[in-house]
Structures are given as C-alpha cells and as structure tokens.
Design a protein around this ligand. Structure first.
Ligand SMILES: Cc1cc2nc3c(=O)[nH]c(=O)nc-3n(C[C@H](O)[C@H](O)[C@H](O)COP(=O)(O)OP(=O)(O)OC[C@H]3O[C@@H](n4cnc5c(N)ncnc54)[C@H](O)[C@@H]3O)c2cc1C
Length: 400
C-alpha cells in the first residue's frame, strides 16, 4: 500500500483509543493520539474485564498489567432485595474455554494509566494530551483532524483515523453517522465506599446483581473498595442525587447501620442503548463507545470496545505491512456490529428489565428462570458462555 503520511490518527485517549494505539504501535505502525484531557481521566465507569478480553489482550501486555492491578472474581450472584441470594454462577466452568475463567475487576482509568507510559516508550508514537479534536475531514488518500490546544489550533494528517472519542463522539457527528437507539430516562449513580460489605453480608460474593422493583442495585467489590451502581429516582435531579443525603440513603437502604458511610468516590451517568448505523466512512473507523453504548448491567461495553480495536488494528496492520489490500478493512463492521447489536445491547437491555421488573408475577417467573438455569449444568454453562462474551466472539469468528 502506498501511504501519503505514514501515520494512523486516533481521536480519544480513553481505554479504547489508548489500547488501539498500543496494538498498532506494537506492530510498528506510527500513531498520533489526540486526547482532550490534560491527564488520565479518573472515570468511575468500567471495572469489569471479561475472560475473552483478557485472552485477547495478552499479547500487548495489557492483561498482565490488569492482572497485577485488579481483583479476580470467579463468582457472580443474582439476588433479590427481599429474598436475598437466588443463584450463583461460577466462571470456573469456563476453564476449557478461556485462559482466564473469571471476571477481573480493574477500573478503566488504571488501564489507561498503564497504557500512557507504555505508549511513550515506543518510537513513532505521539501521545498528545490537551488536544481536543474539533474538525474532521476524510479524503481519498488521507484523513485530516484539526485540534484545539493551549497554543491554538493545530492540524494533523494521517492515512487512517480511529475514533475512540466516546459516546458523544465528535468524529461520528462530523462524519454524519446516525447513532440509532434510545436514552434511558433515569440517571445511574455510582458510589464507592471502603466499608467491607462482605464482612457484614455473610452470603454475598464480589459481584452481586440485586433485583428490586423500586431500586435495583449492583454491588461490586473492586481492588480497594466496594462500588454500588443504582438507578436514580426519576423525580430527583442529578445534582441532588450527588448530595450526601441521597447517597447515604441509598447505602442505608442496601445495608442499614448506625453510622454514616464513608463515600470515597461518586459519579452520575446518563445511559443509552445505541449503535452507530455505520462503523466506517472511507478511511475513518468508529470503535468503542463512539460506535456503541449500553447500560452497565453485565460489564460489557468497554469489553466490546476493546474487541473492536483488537479486530480493527489487526486488519489495519495487515494492510499497512502489505499482507492484504484495502478490501481487508471492509470486514471490520460486519464482524463487529453484530456483537454490539445482538450481544452487548441485547444482554444489557435484558439484564435491566430483569433487575427492575415491577409486576410480581413476572418477577416470580424471572427468579424461577434463574433457578432453573443455575440448576442445570448445561444451561448454566451456556449462560456463562453468553454473559462472558465468549459465545458472541465465537459467532463472529473472533475466537475459535
Ligand atoms: C456506570 C457505568 C459502569 C460501567 N461499567 C462497565 C464495566 O464494568 N465493564 C465494561 O465493559 N463497560 C462498562 N461501562 C462502559 C464503559 O465505561 C465504556 O464502554 C468505556 O468507557 C468506553 O471507552 P471509550 O474509550 O470508547 O470511551 P471513553 O471512555 O468515553 O473515552 C473517550 C476519550 O475520548 C476523549 N475525547 C472525547 N472527545 C474528544 C475530542 N473531541 N478530542 C479529543 N479527545 C476526546 C475523552 O476525554 C476520553 O478520554 C460502564 C458504563 C457506565 C456508565
């Protein structure tokens, strides 16, 4: 392939953009990453890394890094706020399907915090923080990005562009690609506390999905604290939900105690189920949240974004090194979009419906269905293959 600029541009240095950069750089492809923030963004969203993601990221070193920073969680529980534990699934059943038969809890900012210094060690990598992309153009044989910096506007040119600039992607909007789907009316609250829930709730494990018609919640153990994710009452303004009174109430409803909870981190998010109509315009490709977003129930969104760039960077490398022609890139969207639509979005939307079901008869049926699945070795195994994303990666032939 003849190249005009000898460089791939990446807009967004979040987890997807920085891992895309690393995967390309490790294959000898020069990259420029344009990141709006001045430093690693302390983002309290993703912490769950799924088994096949750990398998796929071994080669670039990210898996070893995350294993050293994360918490191994082999068991997941489905609970009901009134009835307590309903069922438990053990990822060890996947031991013949993955080299990592567990969920790893490792916050996304730790992955980015590891990736930046790794990128800086590699010749040909430009990691430009404080660079906010503002204009994009995609030509026959080049891509051009204008970015605002503290020294004014700068222009960058490259041969290909990867958009890793998140759900509100400027690149996706500039390329006029529709983001089909909907936004949930309620916000999602994330609160972190060092209170040791395991010491006081005898039967929980590290990953606990708890259904409730009024306030479902996800209680997660991460390396140095517990995280709760819960919906915010639609009548409450997001600002109010971030106040101590609301947060304390939420935690006291979960586990009452005489003292107030120490709240170490808090954040509030708008959540949508959307997938881009197209993942590509010419030499520009969408990946991660720029291409698909979903609710956090299942811990799948970031994982899917990382699978996107494993696929895309391998294709770009084959083209770059002359092992394939440009038509190689046509395979990206057909291989990746189905996982977003039929895997990630379908599973997370179903999980939310299960967690928040209000009709008592339907709720009872849902709990029975969980019990039926957990009681059968084969059904439990199939459930684990789906929820760990192994099944969808096999369907799309990203895994054997
Ligand atoms: C509460 C919650 C919990 C979640 N938990 C999980 C989980 O456990 N597991 C999981 O797999 N997923 C989870 N997710 C989803 C996950 O957080 C996202 O899928 C993930 O952050 C997407 O990564 P990304 O790099 O594509 O986008 P982002 O993380 O949004 O990063 C985008 C980057 O681009 C930069 N940027 C944006 N615009 C520009 C611009 N114009 N120019 C330059 N830079 C720009 C931003 O500063 C940012 O650094 C969760 C989501 C929520 C809301």
């Amino acid at each position: 392939m003849t190249r005009r600029h000898d460089r791939v541009l990446i807009v967004g240095g979040g987890p997807v953009g920085s891992i895309a950069a690393l995967l390309l750089a490790r294959r000898g492809i020069p990259v420029t990453v344009l990141e709006r923030a001045e430093d690693v963004v302390l983002d309290y969203r993703a912490s769950t890394i799924q088994p096949p993601t750990l398998d796929l990221l071994e080669e670039c070193g990210a898996t070893a890094a995350m294993m050293s920073m994360g918490l191994v969680c082999p068991v997941t529980q489905y609970r009901d706020r009134q009835q307590g534990k309903i069922v438990e699934f053990d990822f060890s059943a996947l031991k013949d399907d993955t080299r990592h038969p567990y969920r790893l809890q490792c916050e996304q900012f730790k992955l980015v915090g590891w990736a930046y210094p790794e990128l800086r060690k590699i010749a040909g990598v430009e990691l430009l923080l404080g660079h906010e992309a503002t204009e994009i153009s995609v030509g026959q044989d080049e891509v051009v990005v204008a970015a605002m910096t503290k020294d004014g506007k700068k222009v960058f040119k490259g041969d290909f562009l990867i958009a890793g600039d998140g759900g509100r992607s400027l690149v996706r909007k500039a390329l006029d690609i529709e983001f089909e789907g909907f936004t949930y009316p309620e916000h999602f609250l994330v609160a972190g506390t060092r209170y040791d829930f395991k010491a006081h709730m005898a039967d929980i494990c590290s990953v606990n999905y708890t259904a409730d018609p009024d306030e479902w919640y996800l209680l997660l153990e991460i390396p140095d604290m517990w995280r709760i994710i819960a919906p915010v009452d639609r009548r409450i303004e997001p600002d109010e939900a971030m106040q101590d009174r609301y947060l304390q109430n939420c935690l006291q409803n979960l586990l009452p105690r005489p003292e107030a909870y120490e709240i170490a981190v808090k954040a509030i998010y708008r959540v949508s189920q959307r997938v881009a109509l197209s993942y590509r315009k010419g030499r520009a490709f969408l990946a991660g949240d720029a291409a698909h977003i979903n609710n956090p129930l299942g811990g799948l969104g970031l994982n899917g974004g990382l699978h996107d760039v494993v696929n895309l960077t391998a294709r770009l490398a084959r083209v770059w090194h002359g092992e394939a022609d440009l038509s190689e890139l046509d395979g990206y969207e057909p291989q990746r979009k189905p996982e977003a639509v039929n895997g990630i979005n379908a599973i997370t939307a179903r999980n939310k419906r299960l967690m928040e079901e209000r009709d008592p008869a339907v709720r009872a049926r849902n709990l029975d269905e969980w019990r039926r699945i957990a009681a059968s070795r084969e059904l439990a195994y199939q459930h684990l293959l789906e929820t760990s994303m192994i099944a969808s990666l096999r369907r799309s032939r990203m895994l054997p």
